[in-house]
Write a protein that binds this ligand. Structure first.
Ligand code: KIV
Ligand code: ZN
Length: 410
């Protein structure tokens, strides 16, 4: 799929790994709405579900496969025959389909969870991949808990899966245990040691248990991976998966260090994030990078003053580039005079120098008791100042902000 060596395939698993997380389950129409939004966003592959898990999962996968035509639609399946056949049935209406089959490969999972030997594991993988290839030419194999698997055994698994017909090899950091350096070396080593590695696209799937999922995914790309698995808002099992919006913008903003591209239209990121939040009724953390409410908001006076003079002083990307509103100056206790003046101007309130001093003083006084001051509050303050109701601060210009610097800092 990816011819250009710097092009990164975005595999979105919001509807599968994301939906598996507590609080994020979605009904069939909701899944379809999200799938359409992901298509519009430009993701390459949508993992629509795990069809054997429930009839609703199977139906959602089928409907997404029928309605969403541009991206590849993937369905998850263990290496068991029933899983693969159910995935294949659900994917029947797809324009382009992928069966994503997986089996754990770490000794911990083999011995304690699956209670099978390494040899039995290898056999199941080969059989599963071969069976999946009867239904589609696009088969992904994932070695669950790959980063905690024995390296020699993992090399045998990868070689066998490719020989059996897997076209994508995903090596997940299932429990979010890896560090970026680990993961980069891990992929470099596997790709070097597996003789037929060049016959498959390597993929990364990182969980965020240590808050490293995005950094790890980037390191994996630097180690030769060309597919990243991620979710909108980083939702997913436990602490979640690598966040799609953070990865897309890391590649876009730091092209100097990360010369990779994705096909995602970044201007749609905020809308996609909000849509998911509305559908699942789960709020987005306010300080979440890229799509959080505060990601481009400035309350500190020094920052507001800087942003009003040149947004690049405190913004490394333009809010519009991710679909957020520009110039989000929040009025509150830390605000600066410059921002108060600007906000008033935007509301059509042109203040004299003395009025501005009084309004500014009233804003920071009100900010002592309020989280944020809205436009209605500001209008009322201006009315009170103009009607002579609000007494001045005594010496408004004694406040550090009054000399134009503001007092809130990073
Ligand atoms: O985290 C994981 O290992 C997975 C696999 C099923 C891909 O979600
Ligand atoms: Zn996962």
């Amino acid at each position: 799929m990816s011819q250009n060596p710097t092009q990164i395939i975005v595999f979105d698993t919001t509807l599968r790994d994301g939906e598996q997380a507590p609080g994020f389950s979605m009904d069939v129409p909701s899944k379809l709405t999200i799938a359409r939004a992901l298509e519009a966003l430009g993701v390459d592959i949508i993992e629509a579900g795990f069809p054997i898990a429930s009839p609703a999962d199977s139906e959602a996968t089928r409907q997404v496969a029928r309605e969403v035509r541009r991206p590849v639609i993937a369905a998850l399946a263990r290496t068991r025959q029933a899983d693969i056949e159910e995935a294949a049935r659900a994917l029947e209406p797809a324009e382009r389909s992928r069966i994503h089959t997986f089996l754990a490969t770490s000794d911990l999972h083999l011995e304690r969870k699956l209670r099978i030997s390494r040899e039995a594991c290898l056999e199941q993988i080969i059989d599963g991949v071969r069976l999946a290839r009867n239904f589609t030419d696009d088969v992904e194999f994932s070695a669950e808990d790959a980063t905690r698997s024995d390296r020699d055994f993992l090399c045998r698994v990868v070689e066998a899966a490719i020989a059996a017909g897997a076209t994508t090899i995903n090596l997940p950091d299932t429990v979010g245990y890896a560090t970026p350096e680990d993961l980069r070396e891990f992929f470099e080593e596997i790709r070097l040691r597996v003789p037929n590695a060049d016959k498959a696209v390597f993929s990364t799937h990182c969980h965020d248990d240590l808050g490293l999922a995005v950094a790890n995914s980037i390191a994996a790309v630097q180690g030769g991976v060309r597919q990243i698995e991620c979710t909108v808002n980083g939702i997913g099992e436990r602490a979640g998966n690598a966040s799609l919006e953070e990865l897309v913008m890391a590649f876009r903003v730091r092209r100097d260090r990360l010369p990779y591209e994705t096909a995602v239209k970044s201007e749609g990121l905020y809308a996609a994030s909000q849509l998911l939040s509305r559908i699942t009724e789960e709020p987005v953390q306010s300080n979440k990078a890229i799509v959080g409410r505060n990601a481009f908001a400035h309350e500190a006076g020094i920052h507001q003053d800087g942003v009003l003079k040149d947004a690049r002083t405190y913004e490394i990307m333009r809010p519009q580039d991710v679909g957020q509103e520009p110039e989000q100056l929040v009025l509150g206790r830390h605000s600066g005079r410059h921002a108060v003046q600007k906000r008033c101007e935007m509301l059509g309130l042109l203040l004299t120098h003395d009025e501005l001093g009084l309004v500014y003083h009233a804003v920071i006084t009100m900010g002592e008791h309020r989280k944020a001051i809205g436009d209605g509050d500001l209008r009322r303050i201006v009315e009170r100042v103009r009607s002579g109701e609000t007494a001045g601060p005594g010496n408004a210009s004694a406040h550090p902000e009054a000399v134009g610097s503001g007092h809130g800092v990073s």
